[in-house]
Design a binder for this molecule. Structure first.
Ligand SMILES: CC(C)(COP(=O)(O)OP(=O)(O)OC[C@H]1O[C@@H](n2cnc3c(N)ncnc32)[C@H](O)[C@@H]1OP(=O)(O)O)[C@@H](O)C(=O)NCCC(=O)NCCS
Length: 180
């Protein structure tokens, strides 16, 4: 398990799947905002790749996020679009509604930076988020990500086009907090 100050990132367990499906992916607005595609329901028991991890898939790594204290599930995080030639990848995360606003998002980004830069030897990490997602923008910027551009009206979300912000962090600019 990877440890931050508040959260741990571990493998997906079977018991996580119904919780993530119900609390994250069955929430139409949350899913539409987070996924960059049209919402559709996930059938219980299906092998939906957002929930069920394929360990042979090398382009992405999915984690379940847990509280360090007590070990309860608080969300999901992924390193996706891993490009081993250009040594870059994207970070995605989603926390259960009751677990937002407690500093976990900032800590997840910190742990994902450690995984990307130290464990995987990547040189650049990237985050894309809707321009009105203040919590995600702040979680990224608290970890040193800088806004590199705005993709105007790039996301169709629940009846309107919204801007996305692209944030990037290079390994040489990363200043880990010292917790690793
Ligand atoms: C976005 C998300 C990951 C952020 O994680 P979080 O744990 O809620 O964020 P944190 O508690 O670490 O807060 C980080 C900062 O953002 C601020 N913040 C958090 N939520 C906010 C909100 N809704 N509005 C304004 N500011 C907010 C916090 O005050 C904190 O600021 P500080 O560093 O000055 O203290 C989480 O809210 C979430 O999962 N949301 C739904 C899914 C989603 O949007 N995923 C990202 C898709 S790209």
């Amino acid at each position: 398990m990877l440890r931050g100050t508040k959260v741990g990132l571990r493998a997906r367990h079977d018991g996580d799947i119904p919780v993530l499906r119900t609390e994250l992916y069955d929430d139409v607005v949350n899913a539409a905002r987070a996924e960059g595609g049209p919402w559709r329901p996930i059938t219980p028991g299906s092998r939906d790749p957002r929930l069920v991890v394929d360990d042979t898939e090398h382009g992405s790594v999915k984690f379940s996020v847990v509280e360090l204290e007590g070990g309860s599930l608080v969300g999901t995080a992924s390193l996706w679009g891993i490009d081993t030639h250009n040594r870059c990848a994207h970070i995605g995360l989603g926390l259960l509604p009751s677990c937002r606003g407690k500093g976990y998002g900032t800590d997840v980004v910190a742990v994902m930076c450690h995984y990307g830069f130290v464990v995987r030897g990547l040189h650049r990490l990237q985050i894309e988020t809707l321009a009105d997602n203040a919590g995600m923008l702040r979680s990224a910027e608290r970890n040193g990500f800088v806004r590199e551009g705005v993709l105007r009206a790039s996301s169709w979300v629940m009846g309107e086009f919204l801007d996305e912000v692209l944030l990037g962090l290079l390994a040489e600019d990363w200043k880990p907090d010292g917790q690793f």
